[in-house]
Design a protein around this ligand. Structure first.
Ligand SMILES: [Mg+2]
Length: 176
């Protein structure tokens, strides 16, 4: 059960993504809040734009996936001209079936990038989707995310005890 909270790769910053060892994955599903940008910023900044452009230059198809409400997600997606799934209800696996349909791909061709163990990592693991955990882009969180972070802290402590995952020890990279 604890393995459901262990990401396939773990990076400290989005710019480390180019070092993640992937196999057949071609679709990147990217979380928005605190992965690409702070939850209280409406549109993409230079950092987010650069990262999303970089993914597309590398030949990935990109879709934005967020548990946030449609208006927020649609506005952000519009700022980078990308498809999206809003109110994704991660960690429920349903969203990955929506991605499959929208992007015409298989589960094992999807990579999810996100910042939370409880939503992003757990959801991807339940759907057997490759998941990259990225440290949050900023420290401030939405109210419900703050609760999740408390639970996440507890899970991290358990994972560390079991030698399954250590916060700050990045892995899954080609050069490791
Ligand atoms: Mg997030």
């Amino acid at each position: 059960m604890w393995n459901l909270f262990v990401p396939d790769a773990y990076i400290g910053d989005l710019m480390m993504f180019d070092q993640v060892a992937l196999s057949k994955q071609r679709v990147i599903a990217c979380d928005i809040d605190n992965t690409l940008i702070a939850h209280d910023v409406d549109v993409a900044d230079e950092r987010a734009k650069r990262f999303l452009a970089y993914l597309q230059e590398r030949g990935f198809q990109v879709i934005l996936v967020s548990n946030n409400r449609k208006a927020r997600v649609a506005r952000f997606a519009q700022s980078v001209s990308l498809p999206y799934v809003a109110f994704a209800k991660k960690p429920l696996p349903l969203v990955f079936h929506q991605i499959k349909k929208k992007m015409h791909c298989q589960m094992d061709e999807i990579v999810l990038i996100g910042d939370q163990l409880l939503t992003d990592v757990l959801g991807a693991k339940l759907a057997h989707v490759f998941v990259v955990l990225c440290d949050p882009a900023v420290k401030r969180d939405l109210v419900y995310t703050k609760c999740n972070r408390q639970i996440e802290k507890w899970i991290c402590a358990r994972l560390a005890k079991k030698q399954l995952f250590h916060k700050g020890e990045y892995y899954g990279k080609k050069n490791l």
